[in-house]
Design a protein around this ligand. Sequence first.
Ligand SMILES: C[C@@H](C(=O)O)C(=O)SCCNC(=O)CCNC(=O)[C@H](O)C(C)(C)COP(=O)(O)OP(=O)(O)OC[C@H]1O[C@@H](n2cnc3c(N)ncnc32)[C@H](O)[C@@H]1OP(=O)(O)O
Length: 253
Amino acid sequence: MGELITYERHMDDYGIIRLNRPEKRNAISMEMTALLKDKIQKAEKDNLKFLIITGAGNTMFAAGGDLSELHGELSSEEAYFRLFPMMEVLESILYFPVPVIAKLNGNALGGGCELATACDIRIAKENTKFGYIQSTIGILPGWGGGALLYEKVQPSFALDWITRGDVLSVQELKDRGWIHQIIEEESWEDEKYLSPYIEKSAQQMRLLKAQYRAVIQPEELRRRMVEEVKASASLWESEAHKKALENFSLRKK
Ligand SMILES: C[C@@H](C(=O)O)C(=O)SCCNC(=O)CCNC(=O)[C@H](O)C(C)(C)COP(=O)(O)OP(=O)(O)OC[C@H]1O[C@@H](n2cnc3c(N)ncnc32)[C@H](O)[C@@H]1OP(=O)(O)O
């Protein structure tokens, strides 16, 4: 099984953080959140050209927050305190000194899409699908990744995607500007698609990220991200949410 979050520095001067819990579809637990925070801090010290965040396995990048910890019996206040640390992880990606690339090895749902949105660039394998499905389980995005979506794609599309809770194809999301590149299955492992990033110097990449950070202004965004965590937590005790989580936990019994 190994460590739940791994970090390695590639010889081409980029870093790779991997969600390593494929048997649970890379659902992100509190322990993984703390490890993500640590690994991102470690990567920051490595003078990288860019950082990749990816998932282990072929099916999912991440199935969102771990529903065994983010369960339906929590009070809104408890939910807030369990959601907040992952909001800080998303924020640390915004501040990361060089571009962060989400290398989407599989589908993402809920918080998995939020984590991808926090990254600066999204490269996905063909035939993948992505859904901000939180509204279909009675809540809203809860890590600040809804607020970030409004910055990354056309805001009225963001509102509609989050509201409907649809799972959309990688092609549609490329047309909408959320996905930057779609990679065919047979080219996924050779990573030639990383060459345009590897060819640049660390100094260029730092300057490029600094310019982008000036546009997205994380200091301004923080207030909206915190509001989002509060809004999601405020819906935690709703009947619709309790029912949805009960259905998930009972689905195979
Ligand atoms: C916190 C909030 C936010 O946005 O802030 C969110 O993220 S809300 C969004 C939370 N995410 C979701 O609602 C997605 C829930 N998961 C699913 O719909 C499904 O599991 C899929 C991800 C589509 C995968 O379906 P598939 O049939 O391939 O596998 P499966 O359902 O047998 O799942 C394999 C194992 O992973 C576990 N598993 C899957 N998703 C999980 C999750 N989010 N939290 C905890 N465990 C999870 C299952 O319980 C199962 O464990 P066992 O083998 O031990 O039975």
